[in-house]
Design a protein around this ligand. Structure first.
Ligand SMILES: CC(C)(COP(=O)(O)OP(=O)(O)OC[C@H]1O[C@@H](n2cnc3c(N)ncnc32)[C@H](O)[C@@H]1OP(=O)(O)O)[C@@H](O)C(=O)NCCC(=O)NCCS
Length: 154
């Protein structure tokens, strides 16, 4: 498996993964929303801010991040390939490209729902701590923060 920055020619395989997981992401419900998301992914790719795990032409893991906001913006792994440390490796690549002297944030599902179990356990395992409760696309979410001290110890 290859872990690398995504390129424009990866977009079809990237979106095939997004289609598989769209049910657990608020804001990807309609075809219009998916088209908008595709345009967003292309912008991240052009900005060297999209990382993927690729095997035999398929994107099995995908991560978008913002250097400007020091934020992890999107993360998903193919349901058939979970618990193989794919997401962990994607985050490690992201961290190597981020400022280490600032907190890094991500918003994810709040406690209680079935969708949040893997993501919340994952972020805690990587050293993120629970932050404020907010909303995204009308859905209740929670911020998780990787504190700069932790980042400095990497
Ligand atoms: C969250 C997600 C990205 C994790 O991807 P993954 O490749 O399976 O995660 P990893 O294998 O790198 O997990 C690393 C560690 O996180 C923890 N973890 C991951 N998934 C877990 C789960 N379902 N339950 C408990 N702990 C979990 C474990 O400690 C794991 O290490 P271990 O397997 O050695 O015990 C994946 O489940 C996913 O795509 N979920 C749907 C989309 C989503 O929730 N995205 C994030 C929302 S912002």
């Amino acid at each position: 498996m290859q872990f690398r920055l995504a390129q424009e020619q990866d977009i079809a395989a990237w979106m095939a993964l997004v289609k598989q997981v769209r049910d657990v992401f608020p804001g990807l419900e309609t075809d219009e929303a998916m088209a908008e998301h595709k345009a967003t992914v292309l912008r991240f790719i052009q900005n060297d801010s999209a990382i993927c795990a690729v095997h035999e032409g398929r994107v099995l893991g995908a991560l978008l991040f913002s250097k400007e906001n020091n934020a992890l913006c999107f993360l998903a792994v193919d349901p058939a390939c979970r618990r193989q440390h794919i997401a962990q490796k994607l985050v490690a690549l992201m961290l190597a490209r981020m400022e280490t002297d600032k907190d890094i944030t991500v918003t994810t599902y709040r406690e209680g729902g079935p969708n949040g179990i893997a993501a919340r356990a994952f972020y805690k395992r990587l050293g993120f701590s629970e932050g404020g409760l907010t909303e995204e696309f009308g859905c209740p979410v929670q911020e998780f923060v990787l504190k700069k001290q932790t980042a400095g110890q990497r």
